[in-house]
Design a protein around this ligand. Structure first.
Ligand code: APR
Length: 170
């Protein structure tokens, strides 16, 4: 089942939350900063062993002090105008995060609006990519949550979901 929530993703007591990280996986601002703060210093120590993460790919960490069991770290594209493969890379973030979740028997998962903060991806364009991927995978999970931080994001996602947007062909 696919749900849109307005919430702080670090508070969700589910199998996995997805982190919009950077290539180092060593923390930062935005949702990355919030997740590291809530998970505690063990997350940074663990992520130091991961050797970074390529844009569009994903790596898994324990949730440590978070209510969520797992963190799936993914690195979204920095917006460069839309002709540098950003939509494809953003779609890959969702795809690789979902595949990693399936490999780890994860049944409930929440995503932030990847790349739409510091990385500057326009919210509407990013949500079109995100919703297509969320709809592609939702039937393979008990619960898939789009965890929006602002009301603006909630409205964008709900409008897209209400429009009966077709799942992308993968
Ligand atoms: N819960 C849910 N969503 C959140 C939270 C939170 N606690 N905090 C921020 N967000 C939302 C933002 O409002 C935005 O919609 O997450 C979305 C992604 O924004 P960023 O966190 O800025 O991530 P991104 O745009 O992918 O940029 C990644 O920012 O924090 C650094 O280390 C990170 O370098 C990386 C870059």
């Amino acid at each position: 089942m696919l749900k849109v929530l307005q919430d702080d993703i670090t508070t969700l007591k589910i199998d996995a939350i997805v982190n919009a990280a950077n290539n180092s996986l060593l923390g930062g601002g935005g949702v990355d900063g919030a997740i590291h703060k809530a998970a505690g210093p063990e997350l940074l120590e663990f992520n130091k062993t991961l050797g970074g993460c390529e844009t569009g790919t994903a790596k898994i960490s324990p949730g440590f002090k978070l209510p969520a069991k797992w963190i799936i770290n993914t690195v979204g594209p920095v917006w460069q105008g839309g002709d540098a493969g950003e939509p494809e890379l953003l779609a890959q973030c969702y795809q690789h995060s979902f595949e990693l979740a399936l490999e780890n028997q994860i049944k409930t998962i929440a995503f932030p609006a990847i790349s739409t903060g510091v990385y500057g991806y326009p919210k509407q364009a990013a949500a079109v990519v995100a919703v297509q991927q969320l709809k592609n995978y939702e039937h393979r999970f008990e619960e898939v949550i789009a965890c929006c931080f602002s009301e603006v994001d909630v409205e964008i996602y709900e409008r897209l979901l209400g429009s009966g947007i077709q799942a992308a062909v993968i």
